[in-house]
Design a protein around this ligand. Sequence first.
Ligand SMILES: C[S@@+](CC[C@H](N)C(=O)[O-])C[C@H]1O[C@@H](n2cnc3c(N)ncnc32)[C@H](O)[C@@H]1O
Length: 278
Amino acid sequence: MGDNNNSIHNYYSPNDLYNKIIEGLDKLGIDLSNVTLDDLQPVDEFHIRGDTATNELIALSDFTPDQHILDVGCGIGGSTRRLSHETGCRVTGIDLSDEYIDVAQRLTQLLGMKEQVKFNACSALDLPFDDNSFDGVWSLQMNMNIEDKQSWLSECYRVLKPGGRAVFYEVCANENAPLHFPVPWAQDTSMSFLVKPDAFRDVLKSAGFEITDWNDKTNLAQKALAHMQKPVGKPTLPALGVYLLVGEDIGTKAYNLHLNLDEERVSLIETVGVKPEA
Ligand SMILES: C[S@@+](CC[C@H](N)C(=O)[O-])C[C@H]1O[C@@H](n2cnc3c(N)ncnc32)[C@H](O)[C@@H]1O
């Protein structure tokens, strides 16, 4: 693992995460034999606008029940499970963090979805799958941690079957710089590799994708985070939240994300690329 991958792996490797999530469910009075996707949503859909965005992306994806989809950078698998639940398709999630993958597997078992949803700890830059093996690719908010975007998108393209669709929902740079740090995906500049939307689009094309959909979601992200206040003093944390994934300074990280969006330092893009038929 290179130096960047090491620090990113460490950033996304909290201790004892599964038990902390179970404690959180318990505190909320949720019956563990009857946990739903919505119960876990505050902690397991780690991207801007959470399940609202996931549902919009599912509608955009056009994935069907007979398909097998690869979720690249799946985290603890919230949107992996929601995608399978809503479309009926099989989904395999991969992530660099083995702690996240362990938790993803255990939560999937808890929800009784093990037949349809599987996980694998590996890097998006070196996928352990044959060429043309998935009907679709799905990758939500992980490009920020990837310096070598060409390898990431070429790997997504390689494992996708001809005619298959790849859905991306990604934070990009914007007109202004530098970013306010820390942000939810990085403590500092050493872990954050944003490029402007045009550059992201160019890499998608050079990997071979034909772009069929391109939607700028920055406005919706700005609205979703408009209420953020600068945190003062010790944070009051809910029973379940993404602070369990990336630390108790999440209030500062979310506030900085709000500033970065409002000051046009970051943007948010939803796009679909198709691998042309041979
Ligand atoms: C902000 S989280 C998003 C997680 C998930 N897609 C979601 O929306 O809930 C970013 C994820 O990308 C993963 N990641 C970062 N670099 C990676 C790489 N090179 N290969 C695979 N996963 C990576 C991290 O471990 C983390 O789980």
